[in-house]
Ligand binder design. Structure first.
Ligand SMILES: [Zn+2]
Length: 117
């Protein structure tokens, strides 16, 4: 879809969550976090204060990686809560869009519907 997924993380309308680019620990509960774990940053400028999904209240949400445009579109439609997942790229020195964090039932419904098409 033209203009929809521009791979830029600067769209202010969509709340962001982060995929870790390296292993870390939760600042809140000291949980060990692996690379690609979904986390929330308290301060976007300071990536030391990393919070796990539990501490950020993001439990129960599912990761939907970019790649299937139909599933992405449907999941966005059905999920009342959605976050854009971005990950820091050491190569490009910027955040890259990786996918979405959506409600579990929205993702399941989207996948089912996409499979029927
Ligand atoms: Zn935690």
């Amino acid at each position: 879809m033209p203009g929809e997924d521009t791979n830029k993380a600067s769209n202010k309308k969509e709340p962001l969550v982060y995929a870790l680019s390296r292993a870390s620990r939760c600042f809140g509960c000291d949980l060990r976090l692996l690379e690609n774990e979904i986390i929330q940053l308290k301060n976007e400028k300071d990536d030391r204060e990393v919070y796990c999904r539990k501490c950020s209240g993001l439990e129960g949400l599912e990761v939907l990686l970019s790649g299937n445009a139909t599933v992405t579109r449907l999941a966005k439609k059905y999920s009342s809560i959605k976050f854009v997942i971005v990950k820091w790229s050491d190569t490009w020195k910027c955040y890259e869009r990786k996918g979405l964090l959506v409600e579990k039932q929205a993702l399941e419904r989207a996948q089912k519907e996409a499979a029927l098409r």
